[in-house]
Write a protein that binds this ligand. Structure first.
Ligand SMILES: [Zn+2]
Length: 247
């Protein structure tokens, strides 16, 4: 009994050290996860804004979140993700929460996730897109999302609820000159490839590919892909097999 007690204490100490080390390495994640203990105000369930956020920004944020939830329910069939949403009124403050130039970001860890939005991100398409990421993360789990899914795939899924015209098929046709200048999926598989170079082209290509695949496999195919992809397996094999079965 004494030994079990000692082991539990040791386990708790190790867990505390791990949490402290993680917070030291990724302080922005710790801030986002613990946002309710800061001076941010909770204006709706799990929606936090910095105190200087104007009334107009608060209203827009809540309205666009409603749009985002409606679009995601239409796309996924139901909502399963309820991440904290952290709105920062200034970029200086947002940097403490992981801002790196994007108007909205989704941060995920094996246990926690949150969405961070800055004023430039107050847009129905941007917020719908960002709220789509946690839906996939929640269904697939952190490991599969991080280790198995290509970036073009999860960005292409998020683009299904993002209707900005500069990522549309017409925009892609103009940019890619009928595909001659489009990247290969393997070029935009990893973050280094996707988030460098021509952003607009990469997002538009990801959207186009996932739209094409979903037209063949439907929502059931997406569900199967999430279930059948394994952390160590070959994503492309599963992706292609589901498509071939439908043809
Ligand atoms: Zn995204």
């Amino acid at each position: 009994m004494k030994r079990i007690g000692k082991s539990i204490i040791l386990l708790i100490i190790v867990a505390i050290i791990c949490v402290l080390a993680y917070s030291a390495i990724f302080p922005h994640i710790a801030r986002g996860v613990l946002v309710e203990y800061s001076d941010f105000e909770e204006i709706s369930d799990r929606v936090f804004v910095s105190p200087e956020t104007s009334p107009g920004q608060r209203d827009s944020l809540l309205a666009y979140l409603d749009t985002a939830h409606a679009r995601n329910v239409r796309f996924w069939g139901e909502r399963v993700a309820y991440p904290k949403v952290v709105f920062c009124h200034s970029l200086e403050l947002a940097e403490k929460y992981g801002y790196a130039g994007s108007p909205a970001s989704f941060f995920m860890t094996p246990l926690f996730s949150f969405v961070m939005i800055v004023p430039e991100g107050l847009h129905p398409d941007i917020i719908s897109h960002e709220m789509c990421h946690p839906e996939l993360y929640q269904r697939a789990g952190w490991a599969k999302h991080t280790l198995a899914f290509p970036v073009w795939f999860f960005e292409g899924v998020a683009m299904q609820v993002d209707h900005r015209l500069f990522y549309s098929e017409t925009a892609w046709q103009n940019m890619a000159r009928n595909g001659r200048q489009a990247p290969l999926l393997t070029d935009i598989h990893k973050p280094e490839g996707f988030f460098s170079g021509d952003f607009q082209m990469n997002y538009a290509t990801a959207k186009r590919e996932v739209t094409r695949w979903l037209e063949v496999v439907g929502p059931e195919g997406l569900k199967r892909l999430i279930e059948e992809t394994t952390v160590t397996g070959d994503f492309y094999q599963v992706y292609q097999a589901i498509e071939q079965k439908q043809r």
